[in-house]
Design a protein. Sequence first.
Length: 717
Amino acid sequence: MMPSNEKTGLVDVEKRIISTYDYKDESGQLLYQVVRYEPKDFRQRRPDGQGGWEWNLEGVRRVLYRLQELLRAKPDDWVFIVEGEKDVDRLYKEDLTATTCAMGAGKWEDNYSEFLNDRKLVAIIPDNDETGKKHAKEVVESLARVGVKVRIVELPELARGGDVSDWLNNSGTKEKLLELVEKAKPSESESEWELPAPLGHFNLPTFPLEAFPRQLCVLCEFCEAVAESYQVSADLPAMLVLSVAGASLAKRITVHVRGDHWEPVNLFTVVALPPANRKSGVFSVVTKPLAHFEILEAERLAPMIEQNRNQRIILEESLKHARKQAAKVKKTEDREGYKEQASEFLEELSKLEALTSPQYIGDDATPESVALLLSDNAGRFALLSPEGDVFDLMAGRYSSNGAPNLGVYLKGHAGDDIRVNRANRDFSPRYVRKPALSIGVAVQPEVLRGLTLKKGFRGRGLLGRFLYSLPQSLLGHRKINPCPVDSKIAAAYQDKILDALRLEPNVDTDGKPCPHIITVGSDALQEVDRFAMQVEKQLGPGGDFASMGDWAGKLVGAVCRIAGIFHGLIYAISGNPAKAQIDAETMLGAIAIGEYLIPHAKAAFFEMGADPAIDSARRILDWVSSEQIQEFTRREAFNSLRGGIQKVNELDKPLEILINHGYIREVLREHKGPGRKPSQKYKINPLWLAQNTQNAQNSYANLNSAYSAQFAQGVAL
């Protein structure tokens, strides 16, 4: 062994390499190696592209060890996180899925957690020392930030400093390990707490139709005409128009705000209205251009689709024949010839993607179906529905274990690549590059209630991606014989959307389609900065957005998306929307809509856990604030409300509200032996306590009493 130093990765002459561990990406490409020496020492190296090594990881993407096996693991398989590659390999010998990160304890990075964000069964087996326990806690915190709960497994009779390999090599078995995992309790992380949704009264404005740029007055006229014809607030058609326009321009334009700030133009919108508000009728007329364009495209592509189908059938039959002949012949040279033919047919078939009739919109698709629809439609698809089933499907209505699969929605909104597994195992997975998923739903207010309780919806940022509108219902005040939508106005609206749908994508240097890049003018950028500063000031403790930072943190980006939609609609007919920058007038219109959305979002987050017992819940918070307590019992809460409620069971609803909003959490208490069962105990949200300044306390004491009347009447909330 040669002498060495840190730069080359070589070590003392007495040391020798005993193991190397390959870290590969999802496709199996080697990214870097961890090298183990004897006596025990570790170094990292990466391929230099010339058959040698660079002994550093500069510029290399960091991944988990044995990533491909991890991604292929079944949903009901436990994934074990250990401290070393040796332990991972040892667990794989037991037919268990395991992983680790390079450089051992203390080196876990948050991006590693993203590889596990869809896993439901994750356990950590730390080494039996203080470093191992500290590392386990760090991993728990990191995984909690992406909504993954973890179990920490303590191995019995494990020597100080020992690891899982030592335990298995002595008395441990796979069966004993799985038994220990099942008995272990999920670890609770402080980062699992989130600032709660606000309890309060909101003055909800109507949609500012005047915010549409002058060049898009047709949108304003259309929304007014639809609102008049269907006797609904203009908020409903206006929000749906934004969703449809964004879906029409998705993957055709993208907004470059500045530096690394880029925004696609697809939107997630929710409008909440009580039943009998003609949501379905409004949906039909607003989405009509998308449906019409889908039919036109299906007719245009029909001959090409049929030709493609014939080609695939021929290749599939040829592949079957070659495989059958290869299995039948006895001569080696004949078999090799048929095998070569089969390989050629398979390669040709894998390159010939199946063409299908385009489907740009849908209203009832599982997460898996959404991923396939994005893949089949060049990365863009719109979920548009007058019902709330979309949220049930997100929450895992049809999944085998009832668990949510939110990845496609999160990535579809942000434009992060999506992996789509094919049913035919002969072919590798497809990757949807920069998908653009649009969602526009009109639901009953009760659909919003309890959304914060659905697993992962708040913790993984799904609810923070939606733009909310809670218009006032016109039931009881509607005209009996309103004017229908003028055909010229409807045609002008349809033409504007069809212009966007017919906009051809840009072409990159490789001749592949890519979006037109829309930049922001200097005057418009000043308006963005001014608005962003206002939002930022309210994100801190005690600010208006402190409890809904997941939503408000995306508000500036949403405004830029809306400005991009306006700009795209104005210039789509020219075929080159990038020829002009977004101007100040367009940006100010988008900001006006952003300001409209703020109180509606506050009301929506409140509604997601609202209940008529809100006054009692608020009084409990006043008591907690004044006493600055961290825990309380059910009996203590009852005593704090003396005069307001008469029976202990009347606490059920107020406490449920506080739990649903994230203010408190039940503490499990064991009861052993005879005697009275101890009163239920609750823990206060430590994040809320930390930011609950005197100003915040006063805000609860001075709430507008008009809220109760509004809630009882079903107005706005």
